[in-house]
Write a protein that binds this ligand. Structure first.
Ligand code: GAL
Length: 663
């Protein structure tokens, strides 16, 4: 991937300048100019110091092919600057204007059945279309040239939530080129894809297609490669625009916003191409596990960023894309904003500044809701803005430490999701969530890592499930244990290689040896509601008929049924293997025990279930996710940066309350 040489690399710190950024997507083209002035007044009132402009402005900037209308944006950039508000300027390429689809129908994506995705919504672009790429580059070039030296500009935001697919003809041609790059020749492709099965051997590159509609199960490696290809094509689109803006402003950071735990992008790979990693996060206020879901996404984003990151979008109140959409009760917006900051966010931003009155998202909340300035939502936004301004200098840039790494990899997720797997009940994201939740409930600070990353900083490495592993990743896991680290793995790990070829023996031999598994006889997936008993806990979802080696110790064995006496939890020195998914409380207990042995302690001991403690730098964030006030032990004397009170040993938090304690 080409990238313009530049040094030093800009980072989020170049935009934050020691503050926490606070603001959101600003789509002023929906409003008359008087409203813009009103917006600036309210933004200043709310402590907004950053807005993202232009995300969906292509048709406004280029209403007809080649025309440019920048006057309105000039005024807004100036207005923001006069108001002391920085601008994250977006390339508008996520929603092409209707003329592009009309004049260049090949820019419109096709689904696997060949149906066209038309304009009238958004994100109707084919990542593979040369015409789309050409027009996106042209508008990006002109935008970057026009605003490169504008004093309001602080950062670039490329496109928005890259997530499109295309099974059409131009994508097919690019897929072939991508495959030639990966395999060189058709023999290698036929071998990697296992085309000897079902008479799929390819004799000419023109026969190779994206995995379009088939009569029965598709070739798994073809599907896997198509997912890799799609992630790479979107990344090419991103990098092309990034390189354009970098050429004009080498000193400014560039980002694009991820969706949380989104299956369509290899976010580890993408993060390497960004100066700032940012994410959009919309937990459901009614979900009892919302705080843990948010914590997972925040831990993962921080790990991808390898430091501070940007919460690009959250909702001030309700979203409008769930079946039933609930507002945030008083205090929840503030609590979740501080949860993000505790976990390393140096920017707390929303979609969107002012709630729309027209268009598809008019019932999605805004920082300024339909109720306006006097509305409860805006009043809470103001409070958050003021508090972030007060604590910003003490948190921005600080590190959030963790001794535990949870391993996650998109390629393994993709491979393990094939329709021909043994149990469609096994979903990688669910398993990952169950393990992270257990660690979260145990109060253990966790990072995420890719299985090929350097793991030496972690005492304990946890693999909820890595169905497919490269040889390099396997060597890395072995080295971690050899180097004195603890490794805990869940079931269905190390089954396949990078081509989704099952490894001899059903699980990689070196991993079997590491965990003390002599033979993996059979996999026994469980039906919904079906459980397996062990002498310690109840297992769910999956079980395995494995036989241990002499050196390994069976820490928990199945009791009754076909697997009676077989290992459910197997230990071989510092390596642990769980052949089922223990019910949540048991998984928490098992992981807490292993962590304690590895010398990993909870952030704060003895917290009730609804209270979370997170360290960032020398600060301790204490967050009450419960709807009732709570008093907790916080040994020592602290200064609460929010209340400015001294806290000694005990802290009382209101419902959804937050404390930011400095020793
Ligand atoms: C995000 C998107 C925003 C807005 C928001 C609504 O996915 O980036 O443009 O649509 O969702 O929740």
């Amino acid at each position: 991937m080409s990238s313009t040489p530049r040094r030093p690399t800009p980072t989020l710190a170049d935009a934050t300048r020691g503050r926490v950024l606070f603001g959101g997507d600003y789509n002023p083209e929906q409003w008359p100019e008087e409203t813009w002035h009103e917006d600036v007044r309210l933004m200043r009132d709310a402590g907004v110091n950053s807005v993202t402009l232009g995300v969906f402005s292509w048709a406004r900037i280029e209403p007809r092919p080649g025309e440019r209308r920048f006057g309105w944006l000039d005024s807004l950039m100036d207005l923001m600057h006069e108001g002391g508000i920085g601008v994250v300027l977006a390339t508008p390429t996520a929603s092409p204007p209707p003329w592009l689809g009309r004049l260049y129908p090949e820019t419109l994506p096709r689904d696997e059945d060949g149906r066209t995705e038309w304009w009238g919504g958004r994100q109707h672009f084919s990542h593979s279309s040369a015409a789309y790429r050409r027009h996106a580059a042209a508008v990006t070039e002109d935008l970057a040239a026009r605003y490169a030296s504008h004093p309001a500009l602080t950062m670039w935001h490329i496109n928005n939530e890259y997530c499109t697919h295309d099974w059409g003809d131009e994508a097919a041609a690019r897929f072939r080129t991508w495959l030639r790059g990966r395999y060189g020749d058709l023999d290698a492709l036929n071998t990697a894809w296992g085309t000897a099965f079902w008479s799929q051997g390819y004799g000419d590159w023109e026969e190779v297609l994206p995995p379009r509609r088939t009569h029965y199960l598709k070739n798994p490696t073809q599907v896997l490669d198509f997912k890799r290809f799609t992630s790479d094509m979107l990344l090419e689109c991103y990098a092309a625009e990034r390189d354009i803006v970098r050429r004009h402003t080498p000193h400014l950071p560039v980002t694009t916003n991820f969706m949380p735990l989104w299956a369509g992008q290899d976010a580890w790979r993408w993060a390497e191409e960004e100066d700032v990693v940012s994410v959009d996060l919309y937990p459901d206020p009614r979900d009892p596990f919302a705080a843990q879901h948010a914590a997972l996404v925040q831990d993962m984003t921080r790990s991808q960023a390898r430091g501070p990151w940007m919460l690009m979008e959250q909702a001030a109140g309700a979203v409008n894309w769930r079946g039933v959409n609930h507002p945030k009760p008083q205090g929840l917006n503030r609590l979740w904003s501080f949860q993000a900051v505790a976990r390393g966010a140096d920017a707390v931003c929303y979609f969107q500044w002012r709630q729309s009155r027209q268009g598809a998202e008019k019932f999605h909340s805004g920082m300024v809701g339909h109720a306006g300035e006097r509305g409860r939502t805006f009043q809470e936004v103001k409070r958050i803005g003021a508090e972030l301004a007060a604590v910003g200098a003490e948190v921005a840039g600080r590190h959030s430490p963790a001794d535990v790494a949870v391993l996650h990899d998109w390629h393994s997720w993709w491979a393990g999701a094939h329709e021909g797997r043994l149990s469609t009940r096994v979903d990688h994201a669910d398993v990952l969530t169950a393990w992270h939740r257990a660690l979260w409930q145990a109060g253990l600070a966790t990072d995420f890592a890719h299985p090929e990353h350097d793991l030496s900083a972690y005492r304990m490495v946890v693999v909820p499930q890595l169905y497919a592993l490269t040889d390099t990743a396997i060597d890395n896991l072995l080295a971690h244990v050899r180097g004195g680290g603890v490794l805990v793995s869940g079931f269905l790990t190390g089954v396949a290689d990078q081509d989704d070829r099952v490894r001899a023996g059903g699980m990689d031999a070196r991993l079997r040896e590491l965990f003390g598994i002599r033979t993996l006889h059979e996999w026994w997936p469980l039906e919904a509601g079906e459980t397996v008993r062990t002498d310690d806990f109840t297992g769910t979802l999956w079980s395995e008929e494995i036989e241990e080696t002499e050196d390994a110790s069976v820490e928990a064995a199945y009791r009754g049924g076909e697997l009676d006496g077989r290992p459910a939890v197997l230990r071989n020195g510092r390596a642990w293997y769980l052949s089922t998914l223990p019910e949540p409380e048991a998984l928490r207990r098992v992981l807490t025990g292993i962590a304690a042995e590895a010398g990993v302690r909870p952030v704060l001991d003895g917290l009730p279930g609804q209270v979370e403690a997170v360290r960032r730098g020398e600060l301790l964030f204490v967050l009450n996710h419960g709807r009732e006030p709570v008093t907790v032990e916080v040994p020592g004397t602290h200064h609460d940066l929010l209340t400015r009170a001294t806290v000694t040993d005990r802290l009382t938090l209101e419902r959804y309350g937050v404390a930011v304690l400095r020793p």
